[in-house]
Design a protein around this ligand. Structure first.
Ligand code: UT7
Length: 327
Protein backbone atom coordinates (compact mmCIF):
# COMPACT_ATOMS: atom_id res chain seq x y z
CA UNK A 1 0.00 0.00 0.00
CA UNK A 2 1.28 3.44 -0.97
CA UNK A 3 1.80 5.77 2.01
CA UNK A 4 2.92 9.39 2.34
CA UNK A 5 6.07 9.72 4.41
CA UNK A 6 7.66 12.82 5.93
CA UNK A 7 11.26 12.67 4.70
CA UNK A 8 12.51 16.19 5.43
CA UNK A 9 11.70 18.84 8.02
CA UNK A 10 12.72 22.46 8.39
CA UNK A 11 11.81 25.58 10.32
CA UNK A 12 12.63 29.25 10.61
CA UNK A 13 11.90 31.99 13.13
CA UNK A 14 12.84 35.68 13.13
CA UNK A 15 15.94 36.71 15.12
CA UNK A 16 14.18 39.32 17.24
CA UNK A 17 12.98 38.06 20.62
CA UNK A 18 10.10 39.73 22.49
CA UNK A 19 10.20 38.68 26.15
CA UNK A 20 7.51 38.87 28.80
CA UNK A 21 9.62 41.62 30.41
CA UNK A 22 9.43 43.59 27.15
CA UNK A 23 5.64 43.23 27.19
CA UNK A 24 5.51 44.49 30.80
CA UNK A 25 6.66 47.84 29.40
CA UNK A 26 3.95 47.86 26.72
CA UNK A 27 0.74 46.74 28.50
CA UNK A 28 -0.50 46.17 32.07
CA UNK A 29 0.83 42.62 32.46
CA UNK A 30 3.64 40.75 34.16
CA UNK A 31 5.91 37.79 33.60
CA UNK A 32 4.31 35.83 36.44
CA UNK A 33 0.77 36.13 34.98
CA UNK A 34 1.86 35.22 31.46
CA UNK A 35 3.98 32.28 32.65
CA UNK A 36 1.36 30.75 34.94
CA UNK A 37 -1.65 31.38 32.66
CA UNK A 38 0.03 30.41 29.35
CA UNK A 39 3.53 28.94 29.83
CA UNK A 40 4.96 31.46 27.36
CA UNK A 41 8.23 33.22 28.26
CA UNK A 42 9.13 34.80 24.93
CA UNK A 43 8.12 34.90 21.29
CA UNK A 44 9.78 35.90 17.99
CA UNK A 45 8.77 39.01 16.10
CA UNK A 46 9.48 39.63 12.43
CA UNK A 47 11.46 42.62 11.21
CA UNK A 48 9.76 45.16 8.92
CA UNK A 49 11.35 43.64 5.84
CA UNK A 50 10.42 40.05 6.76
CA UNK A 51 7.14 38.62 5.46
CA UNK A 52 5.31 35.33 5.86
CA UNK A 53 6.94 34.14 2.63
CA UNK A 54 10.43 35.04 3.93
CA UNK A 55 10.10 32.55 6.79
CA UNK A 56 8.22 30.00 4.66
CA UNK A 57 11.05 29.99 2.10
CA UNK A 58 13.74 29.55 4.77
CA UNK A 59 11.84 26.65 6.36
CA UNK A 60 11.25 25.08 2.93
CA UNK A 61 14.95 25.31 1.93
CA UNK A 62 15.95 23.73 5.22
CA UNK A 63 13.54 20.78 4.72
CA UNK A 64 14.71 20.23 1.12
CA UNK A 65 18.40 20.41 2.09
CA UNK A 66 17.89 17.74 4.73
CA UNK A 67 17.10 15.18 2.01
CA UNK A 68 18.96 16.78 -0.94
CA UNK A 69 15.79 17.29 -2.97
CA UNK A 70 15.91 20.23 -5.39
CA UNK A 71 12.97 22.68 -5.78
CA UNK A 72 12.50 21.61 -9.45
CA UNK A 73 11.62 18.12 -8.20
CA UNK A 74 8.62 19.38 -6.23
CA UNK A 75 5.12 18.58 -7.54
CA UNK A 76 3.12 20.66 -5.06
CA UNK A 77 3.59 23.42 -2.48
CA UNK A 78 0.89 23.99 0.15
CA UNK A 79 1.17 26.95 2.50
CA UNK A 80 -1.13 27.01 5.52
CA UNK A 81 -1.49 30.56 6.78
CA UNK A 82 -3.97 33.17 7.97
CA UNK A 83 -1.38 35.91 7.56
CA UNK A 84 -0.48 35.71 3.87
CA UNK A 85 1.82 38.25 2.22
CA UNK A 86 -1.22 39.50 0.25
CA UNK A 87 -4.94 38.54 0.04
CA UNK A 88 -3.86 37.19 -3.36
CA UNK A 89 -1.85 35.70 -4.98
CA UNK A 90 -1.33 32.75 -2.68
CA UNK A 91 1.80 32.98 -0.56
CA UNK A 92 2.54 29.48 -1.88
CA UNK A 93 3.02 31.02 -5.37
CA UNK A 94 5.51 33.54 -3.96
CA UNK A 95 7.37 30.66 -2.28
CA UNK A 96 7.29 28.70 -5.55
CA UNK A 97 8.79 31.62 -7.44
CA UNK A 98 11.57 32.28 -4.90
CA UNK A 99 12.51 28.61 -4.69
CA UNK A 100 12.40 28.14 -8.45
CA UNK A 101 10.01 25.21 -8.04
CA UNK A 102 8.89 25.51 -11.64
CA UNK A 103 7.17 22.13 -11.85
CA UNK A 104 4.98 22.53 -8.77
CA UNK A 105 1.37 23.55 -8.33
CA UNK A 106 1.07 25.97 -5.40
CA UNK A 107 -1.81 27.20 -3.28
CA UNK A 108 -2.71 28.32 0.25
CA UNK A 109 -4.90 26.73 2.91
CA UNK A 110 -6.90 28.79 5.40
CA UNK A 111 -7.71 26.74 8.47
CA UNK A 112 -6.06 28.91 11.16
CA UNK A 113 -4.03 26.96 13.71
CA UNK A 114 -5.17 23.62 12.24
CA UNK A 115 -3.91 24.64 8.79
CA UNK A 116 -0.75 22.53 8.83
CA UNK A 117 -2.66 19.33 9.65
CA UNK A 118 -5.27 20.18 7.00
CA UNK A 119 -2.34 20.50 4.55
CA UNK A 120 -0.87 17.22 5.70
CA UNK A 121 -4.24 15.56 5.19
CA UNK A 122 -4.53 16.92 1.63
CA UNK A 123 -0.95 15.97 0.75
CA UNK A 124 -1.52 12.48 2.15
CA UNK A 125 -4.59 12.02 -0.07
CA UNK A 126 -2.84 13.33 -3.19
CA UNK A 127 0.17 11.06 -2.65
CA UNK A 128 -1.96 7.97 -1.96
CA UNK A 129 -3.78 8.42 -5.29
CA UNK A 130 -0.40 8.59 -7.04
CA UNK A 131 -1.34 11.93 -8.63
CA UNK A 132 1.49 13.84 -6.94
CA UNK A 133 4.80 12.60 -5.55
CA UNK A 134 6.85 15.27 -3.81
CA UNK A 135 4.75 17.69 -1.77
CA UNK A 136 5.99 20.45 0.48
CA UNK A 137 3.58 21.38 3.28
CA UNK A 138 4.44 24.63 5.04
CA UNK A 139 2.82 26.35 8.01
CA UNK A 140 3.88 29.99 8.14
CA UNK A 141 2.56 32.97 10.08
CA UNK A 142 3.37 36.54 10.98
CA UNK A 143 0.70 36.85 13.66
CA UNK A 144 2.38 39.87 15.25
CA UNK A 145 1.23 41.84 12.17
CA UNK A 146 -2.46 41.34 13.14
CA UNK A 147 -2.11 41.55 16.93
CA UNK A 148 -3.06 44.67 18.87
CA UNK A 149 -0.06 45.46 21.07
CA UNK A 150 -2.29 47.57 23.34
CA UNK A 151 -4.58 44.59 24.15
CA UNK A 152 -3.09 42.51 26.97
CA UNK A 153 -5.65 39.74 26.40
CA UNK A 154 -4.14 38.80 23.05
CA UNK A 155 -0.74 40.43 22.48
CA UNK A 156 1.06 38.23 24.99
CA UNK A 157 0.06 35.04 23.18
CA UNK A 158 1.23 35.18 19.61
CA UNK A 159 4.51 34.98 17.70
CA UNK A 160 5.98 34.59 14.21
CA UNK A 161 7.55 31.55 12.55
CA UNK A 162 7.38 28.87 9.87
CA UNK A 163 7.84 25.12 9.60
CA UNK A 164 7.94 22.85 6.57
CA UNK A 165 7.84 19.15 5.78
CA UNK A 166 8.55 17.26 2.57
CA UNK A 167 6.23 14.34 1.88
CA UNK A 168 7.14 11.53 -0.50
CA UNK A 169 5.51 8.22 -1.41
CA UNK A 170 6.69 5.10 0.36
CA UNK A 171 5.93 1.40 -0.09
CA UNK A 172 7.16 0.72 3.46
CA UNK A 173 4.89 0.33 6.50
CA UNK A 174 5.92 3.84 7.54
CA UNK A 175 4.48 7.30 7.15
CA UNK A 176 1.10 8.88 7.72
CA UNK A 177 -1.26 6.25 9.15
CA UNK A 178 -4.30 8.51 9.31
CA UNK A 179 -5.50 12.10 9.34
CA UNK A 180 -8.75 13.47 10.76
CA UNK A 181 -9.95 16.99 9.97
CA UNK A 182 -13.04 18.73 11.38
CA UNK A 183 -14.80 22.10 11.22
CA UNK A 184 -17.50 23.73 13.32
CA UNK A 185 -18.55 27.05 11.78
CA UNK A 186 -21.02 27.79 14.58
CA UNK A 187 -18.35 29.56 16.58
CA UNK A 188 -16.42 31.51 13.96
CA UNK A 189 -16.94 34.79 15.83
CA UNK A 190 -15.02 33.61 18.88
CA UNK A 191 -11.70 33.93 17.04
CA UNK A 192 -11.41 35.99 13.88
CA UNK A 193 -10.00 38.99 12.06
CA UNK A 194 -12.92 41.36 11.35
CA UNK A 195 -11.19 43.69 8.89
CA UNK A 196 -9.15 43.41 5.69
CA UNK A 197 -11.72 41.17 3.95
CA UNK A 198 -14.84 42.09 1.99
CA UNK A 199 -17.10 42.68 5.01
CA UNK A 200 -15.02 45.47 6.44
CA UNK A 201 -12.80 46.70 3.62
CA UNK A 202 -9.68 48.52 4.63
CA UNK A 203 -10.89 51.49 2.53
CA UNK A 204 -13.79 52.13 4.94
CA UNK A 205 -13.29 54.57 7.80
CA UNK A 206 -14.99 52.16 10.22
CA UNK A 207 -12.16 49.64 9.74
CA UNK A 208 -9.65 52.25 10.90
CA UNK A 209 -11.80 53.81 13.66
CA UNK A 210 -12.70 50.47 15.25
CA UNK A 211 -9.27 48.94 14.65
CA UNK A 212 -10.85 46.02 12.81
CA UNK A 213 -7.47 45.05 11.35
CA UNK A 214 -6.55 43.30 14.62
CA UNK A 215 -7.61 39.77 15.56
CA UNK A 216 -10.39 39.30 18.11
CA UNK A 217 -10.63 36.38 20.51
CA UNK A 218 -12.89 35.27 23.36
CA UNK A 219 -10.03 33.51 25.14
CA UNK A 220 -12.02 31.66 27.77
CA UNK A 221 -14.55 30.11 25.36
CA UNK A 222 -11.78 29.22 22.93
CA UNK A 223 -9.82 27.57 25.73
CA UNK A 224 -12.67 25.23 26.72
CA UNK A 225 -13.48 24.24 23.16
CA UNK A 226 -9.79 23.69 22.34
CA UNK A 227 -9.28 21.12 25.09
CA UNK A 228 -12.34 19.12 24.04
CA UNK A 229 -11.64 19.35 20.32
CA UNK A 230 -7.94 18.43 20.46
CA UNK A 231 -8.73 15.56 22.80
CA UNK A 232 -11.49 14.25 20.50
CA UNK A 233 -9.34 14.54 17.37
CA UNK A 234 -6.40 12.76 19.04
CA UNK A 235 -8.65 9.99 20.34
CA UNK A 236 -10.15 9.52 16.86
CA UNK A 237 -6.63 8.99 15.48
CA UNK A 238 -5.84 6.32 18.07
CA UNK A 239 -9.15 4.52 17.60
CA UNK A 240 -8.88 4.51 13.81
CA UNK A 241 -5.55 2.69 14.08
CA UNK A 242 -6.40 0.36 16.93
CA UNK A 243 -3.79 2.05 19.14
CA UNK A 244 -3.79 3.23 22.73
CA UNK A 245 -2.17 6.28 24.32
CA UNK A 246 0.61 3.99 25.63
CA UNK A 247 1.68 3.23 22.05
CA UNK A 248 2.38 6.91 21.32
CA UNK A 249 6.05 7.87 21.61
CA UNK A 250 5.46 11.58 21.24
CA UNK A 251 2.42 13.86 21.16
CA UNK A 252 3.06 17.07 19.25
CA UNK A 253 0.12 19.36 19.98
CA UNK A 254 -0.60 22.82 18.65
CA UNK A 255 1.28 25.20 20.95
CA UNK A 256 -1.37 27.68 22.13
CA UNK A 257 -1.28 27.49 25.91
CA UNK A 258 0.56 25.13 28.24
CA UNK A 259 -2.63 24.55 30.23
CA UNK A 260 -4.47 23.49 27.03
CA UNK A 261 -1.59 21.13 26.20
CA UNK A 262 -1.60 19.59 29.69
CA UNK A 263 -5.39 19.19 29.72
CA UNK A 264 -5.30 17.56 26.27
CA UNK A 265 -2.59 15.15 27.41
CA UNK A 266 -4.69 14.24 30.42
CA UNK A 267 -7.80 13.71 28.31
CA UNK A 268 -5.96 11.43 25.89
CA UNK A 269 -3.86 9.71 28.58
CA UNK A 270 -0.37 10.86 27.54
CA UNK A 271 1.93 12.18 30.31
CA UNK A 272 3.98 15.38 29.91
CA UNK A 273 7.26 13.47 29.41
CA UNK A 274 5.83 12.26 26.08
CA UNK A 275 4.48 15.63 24.96
CA UNK A 276 6.63 18.03 22.95
CA UNK A 277 6.40 21.59 24.27
CA UNK A 278 8.29 24.59 22.88
CA UNK A 279 5.74 27.38 23.32
CA UNK A 280 7.83 28.98 26.09
CA UNK A 281 10.19 30.05 23.26
CA UNK A 282 7.77 31.00 20.48
CA UNK A 283 4.26 31.53 21.87
CA UNK A 284 1.38 30.58 19.60
CA UNK A 285 2.54 30.62 15.97
CA UNK A 286 -0.77 29.25 14.64
CA UNK A 287 -0.29 27.05 11.56
CA UNK A 288 3.48 27.10 12.08
CA UNK A 289 3.49 25.69 15.60
CA UNK A 290 3.28 21.95 14.82
CA UNK A 291 5.81 21.89 11.95
CA UNK A 292 8.29 23.97 13.98
CA UNK A 293 7.88 21.56 16.91
CA UNK A 294 8.18 18.54 14.60
CA UNK A 295 11.40 19.91 13.11
CA UNK A 296 12.87 20.57 16.56
CA UNK A 297 11.88 17.09 17.73
CA UNK A 298 13.41 15.57 14.59
CA UNK A 299 16.69 17.51 14.74
CA UNK A 300 17.14 16.92 18.47
CA UNK A 301 16.91 13.14 18.01
CA UNK A 302 13.58 12.65 19.78
CA UNK A 303 12.15 10.69 16.83
CA UNK A 304 13.39 7.20 15.99
CA UNK A 305 12.35 4.91 13.13
CA UNK A 306 9.11 3.13 13.99
CA UNK A 307 8.01 5.66 16.66
CA UNK A 308 4.33 6.56 16.70
CA UNK A 309 3.93 10.34 16.61
CA UNK A 310 0.53 11.87 17.28
CA UNK A 311 -0.27 15.45 16.30
CA UNK A 312 -3.38 17.44 17.23
CA UNK A 313 -4.44 20.99 16.48
CA UNK A 314 -7.22 23.42 17.06
CA UNK A 315 -7.97 26.88 15.67
CA UNK A 316 -10.33 29.60 14.51
CA UNK A 317 -13.28 28.52 12.45
CA UNK A 318 -13.47 26.46 14.57
CA UNK A 319 -11.22 23.90 12.94
CA UNK A 320 -9.53 20.93 14.57
CA UNK A 321 -7.48 18.00 13.36
CA UNK A 322 -5.15 15.14 14.14
CA UNK A 323 -2.60 12.96 12.38
CA UNK A 324 -0.91 9.73 13.43
CA UNK A 325 2.47 8.98 11.91
CA UNK A 326 4.79 6.02 12.06
CA UNK A 327 8.21 7.71 11.87
O1 UT7 B 1 -4.53 28.86 18.71
C1 UT7 B 1 -5.83 28.70 19.18
C2 UT7 B 1 -6.40 29.97 19.62
N1 UT7 B 1 -6.09 30.51 20.90
C3 UT7 B 1 -6.10 29.85 22.07
O2 UT7 B 1 -6.08 28.65 22.16
C4 UT7 B 1 -6.16 30.68 23.32
C5 UT7 B 1 -7.13 30.09 24.30
N2 UT7 B 1 -7.27 30.87 25.51
C6 UT7 B 1 -6.31 31.05 26.44
O3 UT7 B 1 -5.19 30.60 26.26
C7 UT7 B 1 -6.65 31.75 27.72
O4 UT7 B 1 -8.05 31.93 27.79
C8 UT7 B 1 -5.96 33.13 27.88
C9 UT7 B 1 -4.48 32.93 28.12
C10 UT7 B 1 -6.19 33.99 26.65
C11 UT7 B 1 -6.53 33.86 29.10
O5 UT7 B 1 -6.39 33.05 30.24
P1 UT7 B 1 -7.65 32.85 31.22
O6 UT7 B 1 -7.17 32.02 32.33
O7 UT7 B 1 -8.76 32.34 30.39
O8 UT7 B 1 -7.87 34.31 31.75
P2 UT7 B 1 -9.17 35.22 31.64
O9 UT7 B 1 -9.38 35.66 30.23
O10 UT7 B 1 -10.29 34.54 32.35
O11 UT7 B 1 -8.73 36.46 32.50
C12 UT7 B 1 -8.49 36.37 33.90
C13 UT7 B 1 -8.04 37.74 34.39
C14 UT7 B 1 -8.91 38.88 33.91
O12 UT7 B 1 -9.02 39.83 34.96
P3 UT7 B 1 -10.36 39.93 35.85
O13 UT7 B 1 -11.45 40.20 34.88
O14 UT7 B 1 -10.46 38.58 36.50
O15 UT7 B 1 -10.04 41.04 36.77
C15 UT7 B 1 -8.13 39.49 32.79
O16 UT7 B 1 -8.41 40.86 32.60
O17 UT7 B 1 -6.72 38.03 33.90
C16 UT7 B 1 -6.72 39.30 33.27
N3 UT7 B 1 -5.75 39.30 32.18
C17 UT7 B 1 -4.46 39.62 32.35
N4 UT7 B 1 -3.75 40.00 33.43
C18 UT7 B 1 -2.44 40.25 33.28
C19 UT7 B 1 -5.95 38.98 30.88
N5 UT7 B 1 -4.81 39.10 30.19
C20 UT7 B 1 -3.87 39.49 31.10
C21 UT7 B 1 -2.49 39.77 30.98
N6 UT7 B 1 -1.82 40.14 32.09
N7 UT7 B 1 -1.82 39.67 29.81
Amino acid sequence: MLRARITGTGSAVPDKVLTNQDLEKMVDTNDEWITTRTGIKERRIAAKDEYTSTLAIKAARSALEMVSVSPEQLDMILVATVTPDFPFPATACIVQNELGANNAVAFDITAACSGFLYGLSMADAYIKTGAFKKILVIGAELLTRIVDFTDRNTCILFGDGAGAVLLEPSEEEKGILSTHIYSNGNHWQLLYLPGLGTRNPVTEQKTMDERLYYLRMEGNDVFKYAVRAMGDAATAALEANGCTADDVKLLIPHQANRRIIEATGKRVGIPLERIFVNLHKYGNTSAASIPIALDEANRSGRLNPGDLVLMAAFGGGFTYASALIKW
